[in-house]
Design a protein around this ligand. Sequence first.
Ligand SMILES: [Zn+2]
Length: 83
Amino acid sequence: MTPYDGNAIAGVLEEVFGHDMTAADCVCAECGRTGVVAEVAVYLGGPGAVARCRSCDNVLLVITERRAMYCVDLTGFSHLATP
Ligand SMILES: [Zn+2]
């Protein structure tokens, strides 16, 4: 499966955080790769969206929606800062 980039979840992230997060600085908690959210590998089509590190494949974030509420797991990042 070919991943999308982080722009694929830009709308959802904006709903959750209240502003554009695609330019947010992030660091993978597993390998330490630095970059911006727009560069992560995003997989859609499951029960939610999964973003993985392009270096080590670590799951960076998972977003699911249930009953008009988002559940966001960001534990794959060691750092996530808004631009
Ligand atoms: Zn990594």
